[in-house]
Design a protein around this ligand. Structure first.
Ligand SMILES: Nc1nc(=O)c(N)c(NC[C@H](O)[C@H](O)[C@H](O)COP(=O)(O)O)[nH]1
Ligand SMILES: [Zn+2]
Length: 165
C-alpha cells in the first residue's frame, strides 16, 4: 500500500507536542518508518532522551538501543527501506556544537545496509539560530532524497517555536 505521507507527518507533529519548550531550540517530532513493511520503527521528539537531544537523534538512538546498540551503530540494524519523517528538516549545524542530525543520518548508511534512503520534512528550518540550513544539499550529495510533505507548515512552526519569547 502506498505510504500516507501526511498521516506519518501528523504522527511526527503529535510527537513534537511532547517536547518541553526551550528558547534555544525548536520543538520537533520525528518518525522512523520501514517503507517496505509500512511499519513505525521508532518515534522521537526534541529532548525526549537525556543530553540535549534532537527528535531525529532520539529515533535513531531508541531504535539502536532496542537492538542493544549505541546510536552510532544504528546502520547495522536498520531495515533496507528505512525512511524518516521529521516536522523540521534535519539540522546541519547546532549552536550547542553537538553532532548535527544530517551527519547522524548519513552515518546510518555505514554498517553495510541501506541506511535511511529518504527524509520527509514538514518545514525548512527557520534562520533563527544558525542561518540558512544547508543540510538538504549535503543529504542529496550522499544519495539521500529530501521530500517536502506540504500542508502542516503553520501547525509545525507554532509547535516548534512555542518555547520562544
Ligand atoms: N531538525 C531539528 N530537530 C530538533 O529536534 C531540533 N531541536 C532542531 N533545532 C535546530 C536548531 O538549529 C538547534 O536546536 C539550535 O542550533 C541549538 O542547538 P542545540 O539544539 O542546542 O544542539 N532541528
Ligand atoms: Zn538535529
Amino acid at each position: 500500500a502506498p505510504l500516507d505521507h501526511e498521516a506519518y507527518m501528523r504522527l511526527a507533529l503529535s510527537e513534537a507536542h511532547e517536547s518541553p519548550p526551550k528558547p534555544s531550540n525548536f520543538r520537533v517530532g520525528a518518525v522512523l518508518v520501514d517503507e517496505g513493511s509500512n511499519k513505525v520503527l521508532a518515534t522521537g521528539y526534541t529532548l525526549e532522551l537525556p543530553g540535549n537531544t534532537h527528535a531525529e537523534q532520539c529515533c535513531l538512538q531508541k531504535f539502536a538501543q532496542s537492538h542493544d546498540l549505541p546510536e552510532e551503530r544504528v546502520g547495522e540494524v536498520l531495515p533496507e527501506n528505512t525512511v524518516i519523517y521529521t516536522t523540521m528538516e534535519p539540522c546541519g549545524l547546532r549552536l550547542s556544537g553537538n553532532l548535527p542530525c544530517v551527519e547522524r543520518i548519513i552515518r546510518a548508511r555505514e554498517g553495510g545496509k541501506g541506511g535511511i534512503s529518504k527524509v520527509y520534512l514538514g518545514v525548512k528550518e527557520p534562520e533563527k539560530f544558525v542561518g540558512e540550513n544547508k543540510g538538504r544539499t549535503k543529504l542529496g550529495e550522499h544519495g539521500i532524497e529530501c521530500i517536502h510533505v506540504p500542508g502542516l507548515e503553520e501547525q509545525i512552526l507554532n509547535v516548534a517555536t512555542a518555547g520562544h519569547e
